[in-house]
Design a protein. Structure first.
Length: 69
């Protein structure tokens, strides 16, 4: 199975999680709403259905409910 193209990295010590698409940094998200906005900006307006799909999104260091250390 191929790696998911979208990665939400573990929470940083100062809060927020880096979001990458195929190793390109999209930004630092502080909620799943931020992740959805990043996905919309790269042409994935239906990102909400992708967040729970491991073929699309790899959540490292906790799922979409984890935003701080």
């Amino acid at each position: 199975m191929a790696a998911a193209p979208i990665v939400v990295h573990p929470p940083s010590p100062t809060g927020g999680r880096r979001v990458t698409v195929r190793d390109e940094i999209l930004g630092l998200a502080y909620s799943d709403t931020d992740v959805l906005e990043f996905l919309r900006r790269v042409g994935l307006p239906d990102g909400e259905r992708l967040l729970d799909d491991p073929a699309w999104v790899e959540w490292r260091g906790g799922g979409p409910e984890v935003w701080t250390r």
